[in-house]
Design a protein around this ligand. Sequence first.
Ligand code: NAI
Ligand code: 2OP
Length: 394
Amino acid sequence: MRVWSATDIDSVPSPLVVAPDDVVTPLARDRARELGIEIEVGRATTNDSPRPAAVRPRPAALPPSGALYRRGAPLAIASWARAPTRAAAHVAVVGAGHVGAMTARRVAESDLFERITLVDVVPGLAAGLALDMWHAASLGGFSTRVEGTDELADIAGADYVVVTAGRPRKPGMSRTDLTSVNAEIITDVGAAIRRHAPASRVVVVTNPLEEMTHLMQRVTEFPASRVVGMAGVLDSARFCSLVGLTGKAVPSAVHAHALGSHGPEMVIPLSQATVGATPIEDIVDSETLAAIVERTRDSGAEVVALLQTGSAYFAPAEATAKMVRAMATGTDEVITACVRSHGAYSLVDTYIGLPVRLGPAGVDEIVLLDLRPAELNALRQAAERIAARTSELG
Ligand code: NAI
Ligand code: 2OP
């Protein structure tokens, strides 16, 4: 077992592979985030196990540590601007409801961006929430400016636009029940994005996810690589957390990809799920895994039924913020996003959850996993059903 501190992170390669029983301090995680170093959980190490080789060259001069600053350590005044680690980027979040507000907060806390504009049709809502968030800047250790408005034109020039505007589900409703009301909202918001933020990368969150992402791309007429949907990061995370409930692994050691749809056609290929470097099927029995897959698929509805009003937002916002950060920093991490398949996996051409690498241009690459025939078949069926639904949008 080894304890990784922030100082250690300054001299490690990326990705840093730590053993399952290693401890990575919160300060070290912050430092790794600042330097763009991925932390992966690998096999247990012995004292003489070799450390992994660098796959990405490290910068010669390291930026000053904001992580240390946040925790009150003395730093040179020149460190305050933190310019070397922050892109001069502008993020807009349209819809300042539960998911939108929480996403704006998590993006602000990453302190990677110059500015966040939160927008909502309800007068004063976004401005009030943004001011409240900004009041926390000194406590949260961020200097990303957060502003709120009820004018969609204020997204002008945004580099990234997150769209959460729309109605959430009520108990007993399926995501598809939201189609007509949310399609109108997405059409309006998409037209505004096309007009005011024509160079932006768009992350759609509004349900039903595949249909609304498809519609957003059609309305903006942006290249499909610049319009993605958020669901797979959330559904994969839900699977990992539910595995954690078995007591056989901590959630952060579990890796899995939830592909297909954000709904009944969700496909979680167990051939690709691991705990550290060990296949999950060697650790958790097949009956339990089948039940976890089923519960993951129904997790959104499970939360809706408990809340009675509104739907989940902590995990959805965390997942959305992760996608925005992944685009801004261009990490090598393979995550699941709702993207246009363009013939990948021999699927019909549709928006569907697939493993991708995201970067500043949007989707850098669809990653081809070595799926089992039954998994591939399930993914193909999912694509056909999604394509049939999106074609009903006209
Ligand atoms: P919410 O009701 O709390 O917030 C939605 C906000 O959108 C409201 O404040 C509303 O005033 C605003 N809005 C409506 N029309 C607008 C317009 N034209 N321009 C700007 N703002 C507008 O709902 P919540 O919980 O934030 O969910 C938002 C959407 O995200 C829902 O459709 C929900 O189903 C979906 N969702 C999707 C997830 C996913 O994994 N893809 C996960 C969680 C939620
Ligand atoms: C969820 O899965 C409602 O789609 C939303 O929580």
